[in-house]
Design a binder for this molecule. Structure first.
Ligand code: GTP
Ligand code: MG
Length: 275
């Protein structure tokens, strides 16, 4: 209904375009997953299927939302980074956030039915996620963002592993385990695990200790500039067929990882549409 007398209402829509030439990171986080994990009886402290369900959902985002070149997830959260020069939805925050979080949720529910065939979702207790968008102005702040999330994973996982070992193997009540851990440093928790339970924390699964990184094997699926229908079909097929690698490496210290990822991002950025 163009030019109707009602059209003035469009003026109330705020311009929420994110700044140009910044790395846009969208982080999704499970809502009330403390309760959700109890309801569906997740293993403590880490449920392998639940983490794989998050990874599958994130893969769905990488494949369906163009220009996401890297993702990192742990516990009930996942972060997605867009190419610095992306012009998807004209960089409008609300469109980017809502597309990422709804694509993630849809894929999570789809993956759930495959990973938990004997534990179907209850219509009154469905998984939902919130999302936020943050802009990082340079590579250093982007690296620091990921380091922050991976450090969070490490701190929580070491705490949770020690806590649940004290409860499950040490027969402590949750209250006593919590009291025992007050004021302890990482070294103390490692010592408790090793001396009292013979567990070497270093041998715990890498996914639990470091979280999961998703990246394209090769960015050979660059979004064509002003694509024709044929080019668009070809692009969609290449994304569908492209391989996504899942890594559990140390992204805080590994300079090579960042050199590789950012070299790819640079190449892709030059072919990303800007209008
Ligand atoms: P909001 O995000 O504020 O809605 O709260 P939340 O309940 O989702 O908690 P938060 O995001 O801070 O933390 C995630 C919670 O999910 C953890 O504290 C755990 O209780 C639960 N969780 C995530 N992954 C696992 C898992 O693999 N196993 C178990 N048992 N619980 C998990
Ligand atoms: Mg949460």
């Amino acid at each position: 209904m163009a030019n109707s007398k009602f059209e003035y209402v469009k003026l109330y829509e705020s311009d929420d375009r994110l700044l140009p030439r910044t790395y846009i990171v969208i982080r999704v986080d499970g809502r009330g997953f403390h309760q959700f994990s109890k309801k569906y009886d997740f293993e403590k402290p880490n449920d392998l299927n639940a983490l794989n369900c998050m990874n599958k959902a994130a893969e769905g985002v990488m494949r369906n939302v163009q220009d996401v070149f890297l993702a990192y997830g742990q516990s009930d959260e996942y972060s997605f980074v867009f190419l610095k020069d992306t012009n998807l939805f004209e960089r409008r925050a609300s469109k980017l956030m809502s597309t990422v979080v709804s694509t993630f949720t849809a894929n999570y529910i789809h993956a759930w039915s495959q990973l938990f065939p004997n534990n179907p979702l209850d219509g009154n207790f469905l998984p939902t996620f919130d999302s936020r968008a943050v802009m990082y102005p340079d590579v250093q702040s982007l690296k620091d963002y990921f380091s922050w999330r991976q450090a969070d994973c490490h701190i929580n996982n070491l705490y949770n592993t020690t806590f649940w070992t004290l409860v499950q193997k040490g027969q402590l009540t949750p209250h006593d385990a919590q009291t025992k851990l007050i004021g302890t440093l990482s070294a103390d928790k490692n010592e408790i695990l090793f001396t009292d339970f013979g567990i070497n924390y270093n041998n715990e699964p890498e996914m639990f200790k470091k979280g999961s990184i998703l990246r394209w094997e090769k960015l050979d699926h660059k979004y064509p500039k002003n694509p024709t229908k044929r080019q668009l079909d070809k692009y969609r097929k290449s994304v569908r067929d492209a391989k996504i690698n899942i890594l559990h490496c140390d992204i805080i210290k590994d300079e090579q990882f960042w050199n590789d990822v950012l070299a790819e991002e640079d190449t892709a950025a030059t072919t990303t549409p800007t209008s």
